[in-house]
Design a binder for this molecule. Structure first.
Ligand code: HEC
Length: 230
């Protein structure tokens, strides 16, 4: 459901931008008669597209239960850009038209990078979750014990990352399903694909590459796989 809304949202935004871009070209080419005729013809479509952008965007915000800064920023900018676009065409104001287009293009970047500055902050995992340094084990500890200890520590890290980052959508047990999040207890994805989904994102799930380190992604992937019903 939420995934469908995401596609619909992107489609209406692109359509709106195409219509607006065409009008902007007519405006800059000083083809005022063509512009007026085109505006007249697309008036209703434009209104529908503008409303759909806000409705689908609003629904996604609601479905995700999150008010991350970049989403709120995007919403405010869209609320500014739509009337600005209408005014710019009505007044045949090139500068306002360009400004509207710039806001839409900027919003695309925000959506893509999940950040208002196009730079995503690294997620800092709470210190109590950091694994103890296992290099300082007594000499007589057998290798298998060190391995076990490392594995345990990695899983503990995985759990801490999951709680802090993933549980908002997937729930602590993996079954919550906010915004169409897959039930992780029923997932059958092989490990490489789990790592892939976490790194690259999918649908409404954002990519965590660059935000979490490779080891952290590996750890949280293992933890998520551990939530599967056996
Ligand atoms: C904003 C909500 C959200 C957050 C936060 C989130 N996910 Fe997801 N996750 C989703 C959604 C939605 C899907 C379904 C994607 C699709 O198929 O379109 C998904 C799918 C997955 C899948 C694929 C399951 C399958 O069988 O297809 C895995 C694995 C996964 N998430 C793990 C994680 C992990 C680990 C984290 C934390 C690092 C995380 N997710 C954070 C929303 C989220």
């Amino acid at each position: 459901m939420a995934k469908g809304f995401l596609h619909l949202h992107m489609t209406v935004v692109i359509l709106f931008m195409l219509f607006f871009g065409y009008k902007l070209i007519l405006l800059f080419a000083n083809k005022k008669a063509s512009l007026a005729a085109f505006r007249q013809k697309t008036k209703v479509v434009d209104m529908i597209l503008g409303s759909l952008i806000l409705l689908t965007g609003g629904y996604l915000l609601y479905a995700l239960h999150t008010f991350e800064t970049y989403l709120v920023g995007k919403l405010i900018l869209t609320l500014v850009a739509i009337p600005l676009g209408i005014i710019s065409m009505k007044k045949e104001n090139k500068l306002l038209g360009l400004l509207t287009m710039a806001i839409f293009v900027y919003n695309f970047g925000v959506a893509e990078t999940h950040s208002l500055t196009f730079k995503r902050e690294k997620i800092v995992i709470q210190p109590e979750a950091i694994a103890p340094d296992t290099t300082a084990v007594p000499a007589e500890t057998p290798a298998s014990a060190i391995l076990n200890q490392n594995e345990e520590a990695a899983l503990k890290n995985g759990k801490a990352i999951f709680t802090q980052v993933c549980a908002a959508c997937h729930g602590q047990d993996g079954k919550l399903g906010v915004g169409g999040a897959k039930d992780l207890s029923l997932s059958k994805l092989p490990h490489v694909e789990v790592v892939q989904v976490i790194a690259k994102g999918k649908g409404l799930m954002q990519p965590y590459e660059g935000v979490l380190s490779e080891q952290e992604i590996e750890a949280v992937a293992n933890y998520a796989e551990g939530l599967r019903s056996k």
